[in-house]
Design a protein around this ligand. Structure first.
Ligand SMILES: [Zn+2]
Length: 201
């Protein structure tokens, strides 16, 4: 269940001079309080959405309707909004979301960079993940690297889901026989998207 709602933070209270209560006509009795409102999800402030000013007469206890107060009070209320600042913590949810998106993007970028660098300089025990002609997934493992080629052992198992690779990438599944692949072939398998990832342990 998604629990969301709104909250507000009291910023400042003022009792302006020279204001007459529109209800009881008493002088200097109106107090005004500025609040900054925010939306929250699971009680984590997400983002602020503006300030509001509440007005009440200390004499008649009447809460004043913002639309029906004298111009003078409206001006004071605008001034109070301007001189108060939205607290930074009301942006915390937005900040967390930005960090999360940034983090995911960075980790995607990093794994793509790793993939390219592994492809360029193969190492013993690298596991290449590839798709077969019929759309299955399997792996081969590097046994030895030479200048223009690599010696690999083939995984004898295939899986129909990319996520199933971790289940079949185990030592007993690899064939005994060695298989020679030129780095050019590897490059071509990469360019045609057959090789889609490399694991290095
Ligand atoms: Zn009053």
């Amino acid at each position: 269940m998604l629990i969301y709602g709104t909250g507000s933070k009291h910023l400042k209270t003022e009792q302006p001079k020279g204001i007459v209560c529109p209800i009881c006509k008493s002088e200097d009795s109106v107090i005004m309080s500025a609040y900054s409102r925010h939306a929250h999800i699971f009680w984590i402030p997400l983002f602020p959405f503006g300030k509001t000013v509440a007005m009440q007469c200390q004499n008649c206890q009447e809460v004043l309707d913002k639309k029906n107060v004298p111009e003078q009070l409206k001006t004071k209320s605008q001034e109070l909004k301007k001189e108060t600042t939205t607290p930074a913590w009301q942006f915390i949810g937005l900040l967390l979301i930005a960090l999360l998106i940034g983090g995911i993007a960075y980790s995607d970028y990093q794994s793509e960079q790793n993939f390219k660098s592994y492809l360029k300089t193969p190492q013993k025990n690298d596991v290449y993940k590839y798709t077969t002609e019929v759309g299955m997934y399997s792996t081969f493992k590097v046994i030895e690297v030479s200048k223009d080629s690599i010696l690999v052992v083939q995984n004898e198992y295939e899986t129909n889901k990319a996520s199933g690779i971790s289940d079949i990438d185990i030592d007993p599944n690899y064939a005994e026989s060695l298989y020679m692949m030129s780095k050019k072939d590897i490059q071509q398998m990469y360019e045609t998207n057959k090789i889609y990832d490399i694991d290095r342990y």
